[in-house]
Design a protein around this ligand. Structure first.
Ligand code: XMP
Length: 485
């Protein structure tokens, strides 16, 4: 092997996108919808990283409301992780809310007392087998003189009762509620049994977060990480049961044979749940993970802000080249890729997507937000939040204390030679504010590249390589900044 035959690999700072003649008159005209996996779509092509200083339920909810998605980290017990998933899926949209029911034979006085006790304005009337017979509202009781009458005498039932099947989406419910001028829409199964309730308020909430990404029942989307050794199948089962829309097989070397085996096992056990697997940095890695069953592949070995893999192990591929290579392979297989790590600015997002990534995963930029679980610290009067690599000494030590070392022996060996660092990042406000900035930059980049959609961005993009001098020129220079972060 001679040095001259080594291929050159580039990263985001090595290139710029060339401005093109553009039809786009305003950034508002461009669409940022993206494919996350074979079947899942996002409105904003950003995932928050599955790290213990980045994503738990609060971050995941904020991400999904803004149109992206959060991946709950796996560095907690199975029960805790499943509970984090359930917290994201919990309504908000109250389809799965507690249903207040009453039997048709009870007197109206009981109904009134029940409404008072539970502070609700209606009761669903069901028979002994939970079959829905009618609905009784506060209005039906108003001015009623004979409160000893049975509920059946005043409820709305029979042909007047409007219901919808289980699985009705909030959009469909909006139509039905509007058409019949109703406030409540009970959901029933094929046997007429009561299974849920959608209210006008649930539907109105939809408009509060117009970009939010939701499942068919109107619940926010969420992903959750599992490992590739030990209890990962048990963990996957609990996460699927809790409602995870996406499982993420998360290991540093996703092209290891045990990672491929884990991907295969998870996919064959849970064929209906979308599976994102990684991390890899080569076309061969993408192909092997896709043949093992991945519905999307995560790309990035060592580019992350808190990573030291490249320094410690001497391994990695600069991220732009990794994305270019992996995207070409993934495109042939019809599977999207996630560019994971190394995103420091909105410009990096534009470059990653232009190079062929479908979405990007972000750690450090989101770790500084209000919604991240990292601790807040104050230094010289400024606010910071803790951010640490998941293979850092601290993170690994925490796991050693919590987990069964037999199961994760190899991963824990990292404690001796950490491949990540512990740090702090500046406090940056809320997720909504940070994403607003990032998406604003993305929209701007798209408008320079004559792209109304991310597909057009990928198709149109023309990169140039730049020099150190070009990079210096690209950043604010020869001035003194008034307000440095
Ligand atoms: P950013 O740059 O957004 O990167 O902070 C987030 C990604 O970094 C990866 N990650 C690690 N990589 N050692 C590594 O080599 C680590 O300890 C580590 N922890 C996180 C991960 O892919 C994440 O999404």
């Amino acid at each position: 092997m001679t040095g001259e035959s080594f291929p050159l690999a580039l990263t985001y700072d090595d290139v710029l996108l060339v401005p093109l003649r553009s039809r786009v008159a305003s950034r508002r005209e461009v669409q940022t919808c993206a494919r996350l996996t074979r079947t899942l779509q996002l409105n904003v092509p950003i995932l928050s990283a599955n790290m213990d200083t980045v994503t738990e339920a609060r971050m995941a909810r904020a991400m999904a409301r803004a149109g992206g998605i959060g991946i709950i980290h796996r560095f907690m017990t199975i029960l805790q992780e499943a509970e984090e998933v359930a917290r994201v899926k919990r309504p908000e949209e109250a389809v799965a809310r507690k249903l207040h029911t009453i039997s048709p034979h009870r007197p109206l006085s009981d109904a009134s007392a029940l409404m008072g006790r539970h502070n609700v304005t209606s009761l669903l009337v069901v028979d002994r087998d939970d079959r829905l017979l009618g609905i009784l509202t506060v209005r039906d009781l108003m001015f009623e003189e004979d409160m000893s009458l049975p509920v059946s005498a005043r409820m709305t039932g029979g042909a007047q009762l409007v219901t919808a099947p289980v699985g009705t989406t909030l959009d469909q419910a909006r139509e039905i509620l509007h058409q019949h001028r109703l406030e409540k829409l009970p959901l029933v199964d094929a046997d007429g049994r009561l299974r849920g309730l959608i209210t006008a308020r649930d539907v109105l909430r939809l408009t509060e977060h117009p970009q939010a990404v939701r499942d068919r029942q109107g619940r926010l989307l969420v992903g959750a990480a599992i490992g590739a050794v030990g209890d990962y199948l048990e963990r996957a089962e609990a996460l699927v049961a809790a409602g995870a829309d996406l499982l993420v097989v998360d290991i540093a070397h996703g092209h290891a044979e045990h990672a491929l085996r884990a991907t295969e096992r998870v996919k064959s056990r849970f064929p209906d749940t979308q599976l994102l697997a990684g991390n890899v940095a080569t076309a061969a890695g993408v192909r092997d993970l896709v043949s093992a069953g991945a519905d999307a592949v995560k790309v990035g070995v060592g580019p992350g802000a808190a990573c030291s893999t490249r320094v410690v192990a001497g391994v990695g591929v600069p991220q732009l080249t990794a994305v270019l290579e992996c995207a070409a392979a993934a495109r042939e297989l019809g599977v999207p890729i996630v560019a994971d790590g190394g995103i420091r600015t909105s410009g990096d997002i534009v470059k990653a997507l232009a190079a062929g990534a479908d979405t990007v995963m972000i750690g450090s930029l989101l770790a500084g937000t209000e919604e991240s679980p990292g601790a807040t610290v104050t230094r010289r009067g400024a606010r910071y939040k803790v951010y640490r690599g998941m293979a850092s000494a601290g993170a690994t030590e925490d796991r050693r204390r919590r987990e069964n070392p037999e199961d994760v022996l190899d991963e824990l060996a990292a404690a001796a030679t950490p491949e990540g660092v512990e740090a702090v990042v500046p406090y940056r406000g809320t997720v909504a504010e940070v994403l607003n900035q990032l998406v604003g930059g993305l929209r701007s980049g798209m408008s320079y590249c004559d792209a109304y959609t991310l597909d057009e961005l990928r198709a149109n993009a023309r990169f140039v390589r730049i020099t150190e001098a070009g990079l210096r020129e690209s950043r604010p220079h020869d001035i003194e900044l008034m307000d440095e972060d």
